[in-house]
Ligand binder design. Structure first.
Ligand code: WT7
Length: 656
């Protein structure tokens, strides 16, 4: 973000006080901040009481061997029991857990907690009969259908950590994740619906399985949900239909209690190197964090609220705020399979109207695209049920915040801008809807129980009005425990930069305003944020370089009005490739799509004769970002060859 944008942001002085009804009945009031500060562990112990433990912990936090934390030491529990069975046992079995809305308009299904319990139990029994044991990893590659939730909870129920891979990822990306966590079973479907048409998923699993086999890893079974009815290739030794295996299984399954630190799931996310990181979350602390924050930040009233988070289960938001948080809290929620504009552009608002959604959680990129389409579309619907709106994934620009509050929320609804990460497991910095006077564009303050700071290079807190690095200064229950199979990378990535202070380095830059409120500015490392999805520059560079015509590639995230950032690539072709041919750009875009997936497709690929490098050979992405954002190119004095930038600009001007 440029200094100019930043100072404009900080001139933003609109404030939105919490509405009286929300303030009066708020789940969490202002006193909680102090209470948590006075005795952080007692506060987190109180939050863990939200869950049902088979055996209570004897120590809240074990931080004897930082950065390896253990929370609720000695406690045992079952996450699926907490999300499903206990609500049924408490007499709420007939309550709707999921209002599932398929993309095809007539396709919908309400699932009660009692039904969910039966299905999760059946799926757990089916997984066991397929040979899955406690501790085995199960990959899930599914569209947004109820079976995705059932599959995750079934894994949790038997203590088999799941790794959900977003359905938009390619076969190659899936294969590398299967290998990295050595998944024994994959749960997928024939396909899913995307913009009105069936789109296949199973072929990518077949390809990924073959690829993993080539690397010496065998996926033993593939459990296939029939969703679209399209033809699929079938291997009788491996493939099993969900409706056969799960359909025939018993609805009785006794959940076993696992250690609080038993692995719950691995979620892959992009880092600064080419290899995605498997973020490990464990059971007791994670579920406490997800449940507490979902209740506090959205002020959830499970009896009356209808909650909807538009995220896909393939991302951490779908894990914490569609599966574990809301279900642990016994909420009623909407789950939608499709895109916002199918079959028409008012689809989301139609869903809010039809189900009387009261709490809605989405991403700034979606809000900006609705803004662009104009308010006439949402204005056609009655959305007076809404009482709280949430935003996540990237900084929300004040205009989008105000539009969201005004047009979607009818000026009644607080907007909670929630900052967190795959690694943090749950929301860390956010307004509280009944307490905070919201400022458009600011995530405001760490929630009770969480301690964050903005620090300078030396790890010292910056004064109000200044910027620096965002850090978390105390451990928290839903923190990642490690990177799957790579403790060293875990220490290096998050704990080495401020090792002396013992701070968790989030990788984001932030600023404190004159009141000390936090404005998150975006990544300070080689990680991009495109439509709220995290992408690694290095990962896309590796994908480009794997193309036979490419000699070298550099990728930067350039500011983009719709997607926040967009992928821009600078590519040097191999000599023997000549000018690459007329379709070289299309060919390379397609290649990235195949290697990683459509979300990583560069908006722009520029074929250049050279790349700007320092004398030690490091690519100066800052200069490339200047080119991609059409700015005058900054200081080039540290370049090994300062004429390189001229060459690049000439090359781009001549259209090559
Ligand atoms: C990165 C984490 C957390 C779920 C979605 C993304 C950016 C996230 C905000 C926000 C400013 C935000 C940060 C962060 N980010 N929320 N409210 N304001 N930036 O999870 O893929 O792990 O990405 O998203 O840069 O580090 P993720």
């Amino acid at each position: 973000m440029s200094d100019e944008t930043l100072s404009n942001l900080l001139k933003e002085d609109r404030r939105f006080e919490p509405p009286a009804e929300i303030a009066d009945n708020a789940n969490l009031k202002a006193e909680a901040y102090d209470r948590a500060k006075q005795d952080r562990e007692a506060f987190w112990a109180e939050q863990a009481e939200r869950l049902d433990w088979s055996q209570k912990w004897d120590r809240v936090l074990d931080w004897d061997d930082p950065p390896f934390a253990k929370w609720y030491v000695g406690g045992t529990l079952n996450a699926a029991y907490n999300c499903v069975d206990r609500h049924v046992e408490a007499g709420r079995g007939d309550k709707v857990a999921l209002h599932w809305v398929g993309e095809p308009v007539a396709d919908k299904r309400d699932i009660t907690y009692a039904q969910l319990k039966d299905e999760v139990s059946q799926a757990a029994n089916a997984l066991v009969s397929l040979g899955v044991q406690t501790g085995d990893r199960v990959a899930i590659y599914l569209p947004m259908i109820p079976e995705a939730v059932v599959a995750m909870l079934a894994c949790a129920r038997i203590g088999a950590p799941h790794t959900v891979v977003f359905g938009g990822f390619s076969a190659d990306a899936l294969a590398s994740r299967l290998e990295d966590c050595q998944a024994k079973v994959v749960i997928t479907s024939d396909g899913g619906y995307r913009r009105g048409a069936p789109s296949a998923l199973k072929p990518a699993v077949d390809e990924a399985r073959a690829k993993a086999a080539g690397q010496g890893h065998t996926v033993e079974k593939v459990l296939v949900v029939r969703r679209t009815g399209q033809d699929v290739a079938w291997d009788d030794d491996v493939d099993v239909w969900w409706h056969d295996a799960v359909g025939a299984a018993s609805t009785d399954h006794t959940p076993e209690a696992f250690d609080s630190e038993h692995p719950l799931y691995v979620m892959y996310t992009s880092g600064t190197t080419g290899k995605p990181k498997g973020i490990l979350h464990t059971t007791g602390g994670y579920l406490t964090g997800a449940s507490y924050t979902h209740w506090a930040v959205f002020d959830l009233k499970p009896e009356t609220d209808v909650y909807w988070c538009s995220a896909d289960i393939g991302w951490v938001t779908g894990h914490s705020y569609m599966v574990y948080g809301p279900l642990a809290n016994g909420a009623t929620q909407v789950m939608y399979e499709g895109t916002p504009d199918s079959p028409e552009r008012g689809r989301w608002w139609q869903i809010i109207q039809d189900y009387g959604v009261t709490i809605f959680y989405t991403a700034p990129t979606a809000i900006r695209s609705f803004m662009k389409q104009g308010r006439e579309i949402p204005d056609r619907f009655d959305m007076s049920s809404l009482r709280i709106l949430g935003s996540v994934g990237e900084p929300i620009n004040p205009e989008a915040y105000v539009w969201y509050r005004h047009v979607i929320g009818g000026d009644r609804t607080p907007v909670v801008d929630t900052w967190w990460q795959t690694e943090t497991g749950s929301i860390m910095i956010s307004p509280l809807p009944g307490v905070t006077a919201g400022k458009p564009g600011s995530a405001m303050t760490p929630i009770p129980g969480v301690s964050a700071e903005v620090v300078n290079e030396a790890g010292e807190p910056v004064p109000n009005g200044s910027g620096g690095y965002l850090v978390l200064t105390e451990p928290w229950p839903s923190m990642l425990r490690t990177i799957w199979g790579d403790d060293e990378r875990f220490k290096d990535t998050y704990w080495s930069r401020f090792a002396k202070e013992g701070f968790y380095f989030a990788g984001d830059g932030a600023k404190k305003d004159d009141d000390g409120d936090i404005w998150v500015l975006g990544r300070v490392d080689d990680v991009m944020n495109v439509s709220g999805h995290r992408l690694s520059t290095t990962e896309i560079e590796s994908a480009l370089v794997s193309h036979p015509k490419v000699a070298e590639a550099a990728v930067v995230g350039a500011k983009d009005e719709d997607t926040g950032q967009a992928v821009c690539a600078f590519v040097i072709l191999r000599e023997e490739a000549g000018d690459g041919g007329d379709d070289i750009v299309a060919e390379l875009r397609k290649h990235v799509r195949k290697e990683i997936g459509p979300i990583a497709t560069p908006r722009q690929i520029m074929i250049v004769p050279e790349l700007p490098k320092t004398r030690s050979g490091k690519i100066m992405r800052r200069l490339l970002r200047d080119v991609a954002e059409h700015r005058e190119v900054g200081d080039v004095t540290t370049l090994a060859d300062s004429s390189v930038m001229d060459l690049i600009s000439q090359g781009i001007d001549s259209g090559k």
